[in-house]
Ligand binder design. Structure first.
Ligand SMILES: *Cc1c(COP(=O)(O)O)cnc(C)c1O
Length: 241
């Protein structure tokens, strides 16, 4: 199992390097975030040994119980899934990063709880780049106004944007999502004279395309840890691409 994980990680690292090279980018600009949802702590520890310290989880409760189980390690947690206001206090306690901010209520609650804990949190704003009604994230044309409100929250270290592209084999439609993200990033940079460096986009099925479109964080689960035949999968019933 451990050596399979090492093989998988090495293969992803190579594909990241190749995609970066094709795009004329430095592969060091692209962070690989292993997404360990539904996978056991033993697998997380095996990938920690390969040099990865921060792991992505999409459910607060699962992330929190893994954080408790692995509390005596140096592992850090990125919460990458939708967060309800009433669970913000847990995230404030254990997470290093939250990639799915799209509500001012959640931002305010996180900030309050973080201040009380004496902690800070790296934050990405989630954008619904595919215009699917069932997806979380802000519509692209609401992102600028939303981000103007975030400066009120001192404990939030707002770094950039995150998205889930359309779940499809049609590369042109996936690219269109990533182009929307680059456009929103440009708009924010124009307004602020820079910043907004983080673009978290790309998963097992589309991370190479995302890198070609400027991704600085790719969130890869199944291509590292194996498929999730689990009702907790992000898209229940959907086959891995
Ligand atoms: C599960 C998940 C991923 C990783 O998906 P894979 O297809 O397993 O690579 C990335 N981002 C989010 C928000 C997820 O929930």
């Amino acid at each position: 199992m451990t050596s399979q994980l090492a093989t998988n990680v090495a293969a992803i690292e190579q594909r990241i390097a190749a995609a970066a090279a094709r795009a004329g980018r430095d592969a060091a600009e692209v962070r690989l975030l292993p997404v360990s949802k539904t996978k056991p702590p033993a697998d997380i520890l095996a990938v920690r040994e390969l040099g990865y310290r921060r792991f992505g989880e999409n459910k607060v409760q699962e992330a929190q119980s893994k954080a408790e189980e692995l509390a005596d390690t140096d592992i850090e947690w990125a919460v990458i899934g939708h967060l309800q206001t009433n669970k913000a206090r847990f995230v404030a306690q254990f997470a290093s990063e939250f990639q799915a901010l799209s509500s001012l209520k959640v931002a305010a609650e996180l900030d309050k709880r973080l201040q009380a804990e004496g902690r800070r949190l790296e934050v990405l704003v989630q954008v619904n780049s595919s215009d699917e009604p069932q997806k979380y994230g802000l519509p692209p044309d609401e992102v600028l106004a939303f981000t103007r409100e975030l400066s009120a929250f001192d404990a939030l270290d707002v770094r950039g944007l995150m998205t889930l592209a359309l779940f499809t084999d049609d590369q042109a439609r996936i690219r269109a999502c990533f182009e929307v993200m680059q456009q929103v990033q440009r708009e924010l940079r124009d307004a602020d004279g820079g910043g907004w460096d983080e673009l978290s986009m790309g998963m097992s099925g589309d991370f190479e395309l995302a890198i070609e479109h400027g991704a600085t964080c790719v969130r890869v689960g199944q291509a590292i840890f194996g498929s999730r035949l689990d009702p907790n999968a992000y898209w229940p019933g959907a086959a891995p691409r």
